[in-house]
Design a protein around this ligand. Sequence first.
Ligand code: DGY
Length: 325
Amino acid sequence: MKTKILVTREVFDETLEYMAQYCEVESNQADVPLDADTLARRLQGCGGVVCNLTDCIDEPLLVRCPQLRVAANIAVGFNNIDLAACTARGVMATNTPEVLTDTTADLAFALMLATARRLTEAEAYIRNGQWRGWHLKQLLGVDVHHATLGIIGMGRIGRTIAKRALGFEMRVLYHDPIRQPADVERQLNATYVTKDELLAQADFVILQMPYAPETHHLIGAAELKKMKPSAILINSTRGGIVDDAALVQALRDGTIRAAGLDAFEGEPKINPGFLGMKNVVLAPHIGSSTEATRRAMAMTAAKNAVAALTGSKPPNLLNKLSVRA
Ligand code: DGY
């Protein structure tokens, strides 16, 4: 008999077709996020779950779903999964690294360009019928080329952003708990600095680290004050890394110039302070959202789940567990 697997949210036809070769697939193609009770109920009898960042895979859920053997997240971030609880209960947890690196780096860059050049404000200006013709001081922005970029979090995506910055001839500073090897620093023309040095010198600060208790409010009122009044903050990683209330205040007070945001504390709720501000570019967590990348993410998660349920080691296993066939 095939093992049952639940897909918690809408995926692509080919994702379901692939899994159906190996498993009995149940899926929530209605695409309404499942609350904790419904998720636990629908997981009864399932050996696997293909989930995403709107699903909370925690200890209480695992207690209620003792047959679960794998939680395959359709995301590189996995702060929705309690990894320690999974490990303690012998549940494999997997993510989807690599396939979204370039796409996510592109979005970070897009936010930086859009915020620097006031693109959403400019578009609204046209759509609102305000444009009366060219003039010299119209919607003056700031240059991205030759500016100083500070990247906090120099993992795969951070390094890919640095690569793009080479083309814009930017000066790149970075900070991360782990310093990159000298040859990587050379290739990326990136200089390792302390967080405070980075905040003080960067024209653009891009955050690119996972959310964890240690990164909660990594950027708050004190850090925003250390940035230049002309600086722009880009958060395209996870909500909670920035103290959004402090950011709203800093944008109001002119502590920094502007922000480009694709991740919010408590999303999809959003601090209402952002909504009326012209110096903020907002996106609804679409960092990895291109057709090709979202298809690749879903298929990567499906392959991880199938591997786990057919006795192989999932390619993107996050916890150190021996595989139960
Ligand atoms: C990720 O992969 O962590 C993204 O945020 C999901 O789009």
